[in-house]
Design a protein around this ligand. Structure first.
Ligand SMILES: Cc1cc2nc3c(=O)[nH]c(=O)nc-3n(C[C@H](O)[C@H](O)[C@H](O)COP(=O)(O)OP(=O)(O)OC[C@H]3O[C@@H](n4cnc5c(N)ncnc54)[C@H](O)[C@@H]3O)c2cc1C
Length: 427
């Protein structure tokens, strides 16, 4: 293993870490990426948001997305329990740009593509290498990591560490910074079907959100090769009320939605069932001296609107720009990342409001759009991921939502940074 000193060590080769790595390596910084898994590896999070396009374009990967041949996605649609479908939100009806066509991706290929790009830009990548501890200097700043590979431990030093470790939240967990979002506590169960119904034409790759009782919902994500990703998200108490067997729960809930039942009827379930709880959270801080948190390692928002990969790509990108400036200035202190934290949290809060509304018993998109037809374009801006524009005004939309249901206050943490000497650091 190459134990020379690095400019940046990135923990995790998901979309967030690999994006930061690719952009920093492109700028000429010495970048090392470590991932504990053997790549390519399976991951959930398959449905993309249109605005992923812009980061992929900056990475020079849009043509490759098309070459790989991922299922194209043109819209999102919502289906009632009785099987009544909303008018689909076709992205191209909202704006005329190549990003209006997005994708449903097999994450093993998607993530491999981005880490390959980072490597071709000059980053070094070791998979099957687990980061087990941060290394601190006397002032408490992080100056590297301890990593385990083939049973051996290595001390690796860098000017800055990017924590892109996903839901494992390497640094936030070690420092007890990871806080659940009290308004969004859900459980997800998912699996795959082959040979299930595919809607015709443009709708063949549409993401469908299909309701079940108590504001639970199914995702139905058509992928390549006649495969569909099918998942179920609801409150713990609702899903596990009769037992904990995921297959039984899935079969029981399929019967709760006519559209899902009909679409899955000719299909065959394949592979295992997956379960995850502890849904939405955010770290108290986005950075401390020598560490920046990106993607799910920083914050996770219930992905009902497929925002996860987009937020991973975008936070990876914004962090990379801030890190580049910090490295050029020779100052990787926490305060350099304040603007990064504010920008990412502001965007997440915009998305979070509509996610919280979605789960409110009084809210429906049909009601919102019927009461406020003029706000459909603003709503679509949110649903495509156009949420990073500074001073962009969603107030009218959220006021209209508040006429239907209450919205929670913004979380008061996440955007802040923590100076190293002020925190008792673990590790
Ligand atoms: C049920 C569910 C459904 C979802 N559906 C969607 C969807 O449809 N669309 C969407 O956009 N998003 C979805 N998401 C969210 C999406 O999966 C994530 O937001 C996205 O993968 C975040 O990317 P990341 O790069 O931050 O982390 P990850 O993709 O999780 O990558 C983190 C990497 O870090 C590595 N790692 C962790 N710890 C260590 C360590 N100690 N040392 C070394 N390596 C380490 C891991 O092996 C992993 O490869 C969903 C999430 C869930 C849970």
């Amino acid at each position: 293993m190459n134990t020379s000193d690095w400019d940046v060590i990135v923990i995790g080769a998901g979309p967030a870490g690999s994006t930061s790595a690719a952009l920093l390596a492109e700028k000429g910084h010495r970048v090392l990426v470590l991932d504990k898994e053997k790549f390519p590896r399976y991951h959930i999070g398959e449905s993309m948001m249109p605005f992923c396009w812009f980061t992929l374009d900056r990475l020079g990967l849009v043509d490759q997305m098309d070459k790989i041949g991922f299922q194209q996605k043109h819209s999102v649609q919502f289906v009632t329990m009785e099987g009544k479908m909303s008018r689909p939100f076709y992205f191209f009806q909202h704006y005329d740009h190549p990003s209006a066509t997005t994708w449903q991706v097999e994450r093993q290929e998607f993530d491999q593509m981005i880490i390959d790009k980072a490597v071709s830009n000059g980053a070094e990548f070791y998979d099957q290498t687990k980061v087990v501890a941060p290394i601190h200097n006397d002032a408490g700043s992080v100056v590297g990591v301890v990593a385990e590979r083939d049973g051996e431990r290595h001390e690796l030093h860098a000017k800055l560490v990017v924590d892109a470790s996903g839901r494992e939240c390497f640094y936030a967990s070690k420092n007890k910074w990871r806080k659940r979002d009290p308004h969004l506590s859900k459980v997800a169960i998912w699996t795959y079907y082959e040979g299930a119904v595919r809607d015709p034409g443009l709708d063949a790759g549409s993401t469908t959100v299909a309701y079940i009782p108590e504001k639970g919902w199914f995702w139905y994500i058509p992928m390549r090769d006649n495969k569909v990703s099918v998942g179920l998200v609801a409150e713990n108490g609702y899903l596990f009320r009769e037992g904990r067997d995921p297959a039984e729960i899935m079969d029981r809930e399929i019967k709760e939605n006519v559209w899902i039942q009909e679409h899955l009827a000719p299909g065959k379930q394949v592979g295992e069932y997956w379960v995850t709880g502890d849904y939405s959270y955010r770290s108290d801080y986005c950075a401390t001296d020598g560490v920046v948190l990106v993607g799910d390692a920083f914050a996770f928002l219930d992905p009902v609107f497929s925002s996860g990969v987009f937020l991973a790509l975008k936070s990876g990108e914004i962090a990379a720009d801030a890190i580049d400036e910090a490295l050029v200035a020779g100052d990787t202190s926490a305060e350099r990342f304040e603007a990064y934290g504010h920008k990412v949290c502001e965007a997440i809060e915009r998305m979070r409001k509509i996610v919280c509304a979605f789960y409110h018993p009084d809210f429906s998109f049909a009601k919102l759009v019927k009461n406020n037809p003029d706000l459909r374009p603003t709503l679509t801006d949110l649903l495509i991921g156009d949420i990073f524009v500074e001073n962009q005004n969603f107030d009218a939309l959220f006021d209209a939502v508040r006429e239907i249901c209450e919205l929670p206050d913004d979380l008061e943490y996440g955007f802040k940074v923590k100076a190293a000497d002020a925190v008792p650091l673990a590790g």
